[in-house]
Design a protein around this ligand. Structure first.
Ligand code: TXA
Ligand code: MG
Length: 547
């Protein structure tokens, strides 16, 4: 069979020709705001039979019917409750399918043998016009071959259906990108059978109580019956197996990085895409943009077919709003194969000499945290990091000895005498440091990491941290402490402290400030432990996420 692709912008007679295909019992790819549908006259048993055939869909998996508006509800459904009209009033045309008792005019072949029927009014001008002209409801499952990801462009639909159906109307990419939300109104309280393009929160707004069907979040046990028959089948699956990695984006990205092989494909958020350079990567958009995730999820799942990829890891959004549907589709694509990435909290710790940073770090170590000393790492990098050495050589050539090793003494003499040189050196270091530090944080693989850095903010390391803490203390106390600790004169102690950042700098740049006026270091360590614990708890519950 030849499949005609209609381009409505140029084919003026598209709607009439498309409606004609429906009227004479043909199969037509139709655009909707959710996904493309494989449409036929819902009242024509033979046409409906051919939908199942073209998709390879099991006969007991019912189709939903697409209507012109709420005024068609009573034609095809019995006992329509007021809540159905209230929902239609607010959300139609739109991504909501309601399950209601069917009238006999709707064939059992359409409803997969059920006494109920799913009804929705799609929000796409072309498809609404086609339904109007055809004068019948259009039965339309998503236009993919059974089991594959749903099509969100006419091209996707053509990939699966070329040669099997009469036509496809190209109505552009789908605005929502995941299928409609399905609510069963034949039970009390109403039951969410499939999360979709209409967020659950909005349904609850109209209906009050809504029960979420078990099949939405869990794999059904063998023999367990799905309320929406479609929810029991393997679905949306690319050819390569998918693993969904839950947890904060940063944590799931780290997990995936540790498990990458040469042929791993990755579905991730924009923020982490660069970490998977060299792999086949599909982004769902920014981590917090549920609309973007919905629009892109099926395209992402399709993108790996026809590549060398042998396994796919996917980062997983939180389940609010549209993301409830996105998470459901990802998990179904994975056959509910999910792993939870371990949470890692990263604290940036800073402060001037003699304030008590060491005591705070000790408190963190006693909690089982891993401390990364940036000063020590920097000195190691000067010896081992060839990219850093190359850049330093280009800027300060004479600080290398004849055999090519760096003379730290010489470098120190150059930069401490010349402020501009020091700034140039810092810029070079700050360009190389975060990558090295990230690698060490990953390697530490500890639930709690503290980064000890004098120039926490200036270096940009603070951006790697969940929160940052400065330890400060009154100048007089600090002078006495460093005199005793380092055996230096009062004058020199004052000079050192005077050259360091003042408390205001820390107060404006850090998440929190710990002031050390404790009588001894043990007392301050205890106080720091208490305060840090509170901050860690806040970070774990996402309290610092959007600061
Ligand atoms: O957004 C959508 O809903 C798209 C577009 C094309 O409108 N259509 C769609 O259809 O996703 P389909 O067939 O791929 O998914 C419909 C789901 C299936 O899981 C099916 O089992 C369930 O709805 N369903 C249909 N009628 C039902 C009924 N009477 N009772 C329970 N579940 C039903
Ligand atoms: Mg489907």
């Amino acid at each position: 069979m030849e499949t005609k692709i209609f381009h409505p912008d140029t084919d003026r007679g598209t709607v009439a020709a498309a409606a004609e295909i429906i009227r004479r019992g043909g199969l037509l790819g139709i655009p909707t705001e959710t996904v493309y549908g494989l449409g036929a006259d819902a009242l024509n048993e033979e046409a409906v039979r051919r939908i199942f055939e073209a998709k390879g869909r099991p006969q007991d998996n019912p189709l939903i019917i697409h209507v012109r508006g709420a005024d068609w509800l009573a034609r095809y459904c019995r006992d329509v409750p007021p809540s159905a009209y209230a929902l239609a009033e607010r959300f139609w045309p739109g991504p909501l399918t309601m399950i209601l008792p069917r009238r006999p005019i709707v064939p059992l072949r359409t409803t997969g043998g059920l006494e109920t029927v799913g009804v929705r009014c799609p929000d796409h001008p072309l498809t609404l016009a086609i339904i109007e002209q055809a004068g019948v409801p259009i039965a339309a499952p998503s236009g993919n071959t059974s089991g594959r990801p749903s099509p969100t462009t006419a091209q996707h639909m053509a990939e699966d259906m070329m040669g099997k159906i009469d036509g496809i109307v190209d109505g552009g990419p789908c605005a929502v990108g995941v299928e409609s939300t399905i609510i069963d109104l034949t039970v009390t309280p109403p039951r969410l059978l499939r999360p979709g393009g209409l967020p659950l929160e909005l349904l609850v707004d109209v209906l009050g109580d809504v029960e979420v069907d078990k099949a939405v979040k869990h794999r059904l046990a063998d023999g367990e019956k799905a309320k929406a028959p479609g929810m029991k089948y393997r679905h949306y699956a690319p050819k390569a197996p998918v693993t969904v990695v839950t947890g904060a984006g940063r944590d799931s990205a780290r997990y995936i990085k540790h498990h990458l092989t040469a042929r791993t494909g990755v579905i991730c958020f924009d923020e982490y895409a660069a970490q998977f350079a060299g792999h086949i990567v599909r982004s769902l958009g920014p981590e917090s943009d549920g609309r973007s995730h919905a629009r892109r999820v099926f395209d992402a799942l399709r993108a790996f077919d026809g590549t060398e990829v042998s396994e796919i890891y996917a980062q997983c959004p939180d389940e609010s709003g549209l993301d409830m549907a996105v998470v459901n589709r990802l998990k179904k694509a994975a056959g509910f194969r999910t792993v939870a990435a371990k949470q890692q909290i990263i604290i940036g710790l800073t402060g001037g000499s003699g304030a008590g940073k060491t005591s705070a770090l000790r408190a963190i170590e006693k909690m089982g945290g891993c401390v990364l000393d940036c000063d020590a790492i920097y000195h190691e990098m000067l010896q081992n990091n060839t990219a850093l050495q190359r850049d330093i050589a280009a800027a300060f050539g004479r600080v290398f000895t004849a055999d090519g090793t760096l003379d730290r003494q010489k470098l120190g003499n150059v930069v401490f005498a010349d402020h501009e040189a020091l700034e140039r050196l810092n810029a070079i270091i700050y360009a190389h440091f975060p990558a090295e530090l990230t690698a060490r944080i990953d390697a530490a693989d500890a639930p709690l990491v503290a980064i000890d850095a004098i120039n926490l903010m200036e270096s940009g390391i603070d951006r790697l941290c969940d929160f940052t803490v400065a330890v400060i203390a009154p100048a007089e106390l600090r002078v006495r402490r460093i005199m005793a600790r380092d055996g230096i004169s009062e004058e020199y102690a004052r000079l050192r402290i005077g050259a360091q950042k003042d408390d205001d700098f820390y107060r404006t740049h850090c998440t929190a400030v710990l002031e050390n006026t404790a009588p001894d270091s043990a007392a301050f360590e205890a106080l720091a432990a208490r305060e840090l614990r509170k901050m860690i708890e806040k970070a774990k519950s996402g309290g610092y996420c959007h600061e």
